[in-house]
Design a protein around this ligand. Structure first.
Ligand SMILES: C[S@@+](CC[C@H](N)C(=O)[O-])C[C@H]1O[C@@H](n2cnc3c(N)ncnc32)[C@H](O)[C@@H]1O
Length: 210
C-alpha cells in the first residue's frame, strides 16, 4: 500500500505532457465526465487536467493527488475551475471521508497504484448504492504482439520512468471483480493500431455500484 508518492522526474514529465494533450485525449476526458452529478471523488488528479471538463451539475469535487509537485498544480487548476474542487495530498489508500460519494472518477491512475484490486474495492465502498465509477484507463491489449511489448515494458523501464505506470493491466476485469455492474464501456485507440507504443488502447466506461 502506498503511503507516499514522491516522483520528481515523473512530476516534471507529466506536467509537460498534460499541458500538451492531443484533442483525441481531451475528447475522451470530456466524454468520461459528461452527465456527472453531485459529489465526486477524483483519484490521482495529476495537474488537474480533468477539472475544466466537469459539468455544472457536479456540486463538489474532492480530488486526491499525493505527488506534492503535481498537487500544487492541481490546486491552481482547482482555483480556475467552474465547479468547487478541493485537493487533498492523501494517497487514495489513505483517503477517508465520512460522506459517501455520488461518483468516483479514475483517469490514467489505476495503472499506477500498487494494488488495483484493493483500490477498486475501496472505491466501491465509498460510493452510494447506485453511484458511478467513471473510468478512462489504458489497458492490457488483446493483441499478442502488443501484449508482449506491454509485459516487457512493465518488467523493465516503464514503471520506473513513469511513476509506477503499468501498461498490461486488465482493469475492466478488476472493476467487475470488485462488484461493479458495467453500464457502458468501449475501447478507443489514441494512436493508430500499428504504432508500437504500449499505451495506445484505452478503456472508457461507466460502472455502477448496484
Ligand atoms: C498518469 S497520472 C494521471 C493524472 C490524472 N488522473 C489525469 O488523468 O491526468 C497518474 C497520477 O496518479 C497519481 N497516483 C499514483 N499513485 C497514487 C495513489 N496511491 N493514490 C492517489 N494517486 C496516485 C500520481 O501521483 C499521478 O498524478
Amino acid at each position: 500500500m502506498s503511503d507516499v508518492v514522491d516522483n520528481p522526474f515523473f512530476a516534471r514529465l507529466w506536467t509537460a505532457m498534460s499541458s500538451r494533450e492531443p484533442e483525441s485525449l481531451r475528447r475522451l476526458r470530456r466524454d468520461n465526465l459528461a452527465g456527472l452529478t453531485g459529489r465526486v471523488l477524483e483519484v490521482g488528479a495529476g495537474t488537474g487536467t480533468n477539472f475544466e471538463f466537469y459539468p455544472s451539475t457536479v456540486t463538489e469535487v474532492v480530488a486526491v493527488e499525493p505527488e506534492r509537485r503535481l498537487a500544487v498544480l492541481a490546486e491552481q487548476a482547482a482555483a480556475g475551475a467552474a465547479v468547487p474542487v478541493t485537493v487533498s495530498t492523501d494517497t487514495v489508500e489513505q483517503f477517508a471521508d465520512a460522506k459517501p460519494f455520488d461518483a468516483v472518477v479514475c483517469s490514467l491512475v489505476l495503472c499506477s497504484v500498487d494494488d488495483p484490486e484493493q483500490v477498486v474495492s475501496q472505491l466501491f465502498s465509498v460510493l452510494k448504492p447506485g453511484g458511478e465509477l467513471r473510468y478512462l484507463e489504458h489497458v492490457a491489449s488483446d493483441g499478442a504482439a502488443r501484449g508482449r511489448l506491454q509485459r516487457f515494458a512493465d518488467a523493465t523501464f516503464w514503471p520506473r520512468l513513469l511513476g509506477n505506470c503499468h501498461t498490461h493491466r486488465r482493469t475492466e476485469d478488476t472493476i467487475t471483480r470488485a462488484g461493479f455492474r458495467v453500464d457502458d464501456a468501449r475501447r478507443e485507440w489514441t494512436f493508430p493500431a500499428w504504432v508500437p507504443v504500449p499505451v495506445a488502447e484505452f478503456a472508457i466506461g461507466v460502472a455502477r455500484r448496484p
